[in-house]
Write a protein that binds this ligand. Structure first.
Ligand code: PGA
Length: 229
């Protein structure tokens, strides 16, 4: 493993009732106490639905859970008359990170580059660090971005991850093309079993597990395995 912190950014997507979220947190506490991991090696962020942020933030503080909260998305608009939206300034109390441009946002909600730029601006304005997701090395990355998620669509939720070597190659190209000091993390069917192979790659600074974050047991195992590699 590299000398810098390895990011592990879980993404629950649109999953879990509040009761299930609370059970997850209790389970995670049990696993993390039984087998602690080294927070000097990993930065663990869990991107949850807006609806669960308050409850989970309280539980994290109260139970001293070793993880941070992230958002899966923020509004492209500031606080105001935008019915149904959740602004970055509202999330800022709970999260220090947000995903922006996840392929599911681009696909199902037709988020285009101007929209994503506005979201980036909103996040930056309240000091939320965006994890800007791209699906291949040819997609454009705005200049303010310092943390990029490479997540090939065909690898998401399919159980068919990109190979660590190819993910590393793509991450290297993204870094080189940016001409800046950026970090690239990999997402797409990352599991407790395969995370070590990504964690040891030169250009990969973290992973973005979706399915494997849904049970506390697999998320915890993934973290432990990554922190030992
Ligand atoms: P997955 O999702 O781990 O379930 O493939 C990853 C992602 O959405 O980036």
């Amino acid at each position: 493993m590299k000398s810098t912190l390895f990011y592990i950014i879980g993404n629950w997507k649109s999953n879990k009732t509040i009761d299930e979220a609370v059970i997850w947190a209790k389970d995670f506490e049990t696993f993390a106490k039984r087998e602690p991991f080294d927070l000097k090696k990993v930065r663990v962020i869990l991107c949850v639905p807006f609806l669960h942020m308050t409850t989970l933030a309280s539980l994290i503080e109260l139970r001293q859970l070793p993880l941070l909260l992230g958002a899966q998305n923020v509004s492209a608009y500031p606080q105001g008359a935008y019915t149904g939206e959740t602004s970055a300034s509202m999330c800022q109390v709970f999260v220090k990170y947000t995903l922006i441009g996840h392929s599911e946002r681009r696909k199902y909600f037709k988020e285009d580059e101007p929209t994503l730029k506005s979201k980036l601006e909103q996040a930056k304005m309240v000091a939320i660090e965006p994890v800007y997701c791209v699906q291949d090395e040819n997609m454009s990355i705005p200049e303010t971005v310092t943390l990029v998620g490479y997540e090939p669509v065909w690898a998401i939720g399919t159980g068919k991850p990109d190979t660590p070597d190819n993910a590393n190659r793509v991450a290297g190209i993204i870094k080189q093309r940016s001409g800046r000091d950026i970090k690239v993390i990999y997402g797409g069917s990352v599991t407790p079993e395969n995370v070590t192979a990504y964690a040891t790659m030169e250009h990969i600074s973290g992973v973005l597990p979706g399915g494997a974050s849904l049970t506390a047991q697999s998320f915890h195992r993934l973290i432990v395995n990554a922190s030992k590699s």
